[in-house]
Every structure is written in C-alpha cells, then in structure tokens.
Design a protein around this ligand. Structure first.
Ligand code: SF4
Length: 273
C-alpha cells in the first residue's frame, strides 16, 4: 500500500481517469507520447510569450523585439503576433504569468500531491480569476462541454482556487494561439465535486498497487494500443509482437479469460504493479 502522496499533474489525472493502464505505461515510458516537433514549437512560443510578460508587456518591449526569437519560425510568429496585439489591451488585467501551483489533497483516503504551471492569470471585472492555458496545436477547438468534463480542467480549478482563496469565481480558459480563439469554462460546485470524485477509484487502486485497463474510444489515440496494451495483443501478429516488450511489465491477473479478438470486459483487466 502506497503511503506517500502520489504526485499528479492535470494531464496525468486526465489519463488516469480515462484508463489507469495508459497512465501506468506513461510512467514507464513518458517519451512515448511526445511529438518532438510540436513540443519544440510549443516551447519556443511559450518562452517568447514569457519573455514578453517578464519584460513588462507591450509597453516595454516593441513588437519587433518580441518577434526576434521567432523570426525564422513562421508558425510561431503567427501565434505570437496576435497575442502581442491582444496583450496591449489586456495588460492591466494580467496578474501573473507562468505560475506553478501545488496542492495536497486526500481523495478516498489516498494522499495526492497535485502540481501544475499555469501560463497566465488574469483578474476579472467581477472579482474573480481567469487561469489561461496556452494551446499551440492546430485544433480542432474543443467544445465547452468537453472541457467541463475534462478532469484536467478540474485539477487546474482546484489548484487556482486553493492558491487564490479570495478570488471568486474561478474560470479556466484554453487559448488556442494558432486559431486565435479561446474557450472558457466556469465549473459549478456540483461539476467540480463530481469530476473530482471520479479520481477516487483509480487512485485507491494505485495505492494498492493495481491498475485497470479501460478500453474505449480513447484507445484510438493511445500510443500504447499496439505497443504494450494487452487488450489489443491479438489484433494482428505484427502488432502483437510489438506489444510484447511492454506487456511483460504488467502481470495480468486474468489473461486466461481473454476473448479471441482481445476485446473483453475492462473489469477483468487488473494488473499488479
Ligand atoms: S489502448 Fe486503451 S485500454 Fe490499452 S492502455 Fe491505451 S487507453 Fe488503455
């Protein structure tokens, strides 16, 4: 039984609540998820914007100076330039940039250490706080409803609410810089508590040293589908071969009951770690 607080970022919480086995694989091979070109672009844009914030905003740093770093990266420039122009109007409401937050909480008797860095924090005219998360992908833009159900957003909400207890309401915004569009949500108390309670079962299992496979539509975007996930081991010979190295890291309790097509009830796929 794990007694130490389990460290979790919002993205890890998102993965853990969808499929604990995916989370487990990510802990073993975090680089598997990476898209190096996209990550490099996101890093460059984030650094350029952080430099702009640190310099004191558009009043202290000209657009030309700001764009120097991204001069040879058209896609990065395409994101930074409109951001700079919007910041000229928004600067007075900005409270902080690139702020790392931590929170210890207990869910279902399991201690968690939540941590995340928020790209920007703004005060709002109604006395609240807006946490802004930059997105550098091409899209598609998420629906507001999708973000409301996204457990990662709930963790950001928890962190911001705990760090700024006098600022209410808390709103979370994804700012898609490539599209220059934003999606903002404000979770109700009921949504917040409901989303957080979804963490109870997977973290209690983690504390016991167990992970469960939860196959679903999200498997289509899982990098471990044909690289370790035993649920899909039987789909093709080649894929099955590719999966063997990582599948051996988890000991299936109920391998014998696998159906011929590898699609069986997720409840039978519990692994000791
Ligand atoms: S393929 Fe599906 S079931 Fe397997 S680890 Fe990934 S998300 Fe989980």
């Amino acid at each position: 039984m794990i007694k130490q607080p389990i460290p979790l970022t919002p993205i890890e919480v998102r993965v853990l609540t969808r499929c604990p086995l995916h989370y487990h694989f990510l802990q073993q091979k975090p680089s598997r998820q990476a898209n190096p070109a996209q990550e490099e672009l996101a890093k460059l844009v984030r650094e350029t914007i952080q430099d702009l914030h640190a310099a004191g905003g558009p009043a202290r740093l000209s657009l030309e100076e700001c764009l120097e770093k991204v001069a040879h990266q058209p896609k990065a420039r395409q994101m930074v330039e409109p951001y700079y122009q919007r910041l000229e109007q928004d600067w007075s409401q900005m409270m902080a940039g690139n702020e790392t937050m931590q929170l210890r909480i207990s869910i279902g008797g399991v201690s968690l250490s939540l941590q995340a860095t928020v790209d920007r924090l703004d005060k709002t005219s109604d006395g609240g706080i807006l946490a802004i998360l930059f997105r550098m992908e091409d899209g598609p833009l998420p629906l507001e409803e999708e973000l409301r159900q996204d457990r990662a957003m709930t963790i950001y909400h928890a962190l911001v609410a705990a760090t700024y207890p006098l600022k209410r309401p808390v709103r979370i915004q994804e700012w898609w810089l490539t599209l220059d569009q934003r999606v903002t949500i404000e979770l109700s108390e009921e949504e917040f508590r409901g989303n957080l309670s979804d963490l109870r079962e997977p973290v209690q299992a983690l504390a016991r040293g167990e992970v469960m496979a939860r196959p679903g539509l999200h498997c289509d975007t899982c990098p471990f589908k044909y690289h370790g996930c035993p649920v899909y081991t039987h789909e093709t010979d080649a894929e099955a071969e590719a999966s063997q190295d990582e599948a051996s890291q988890a000991k299936a309790e109920d391998f014998a009951s696998a159906a011929a097509d590898g699609k069986i009830s997720p409840r039978t796929w519990i692994f000791k770690i």
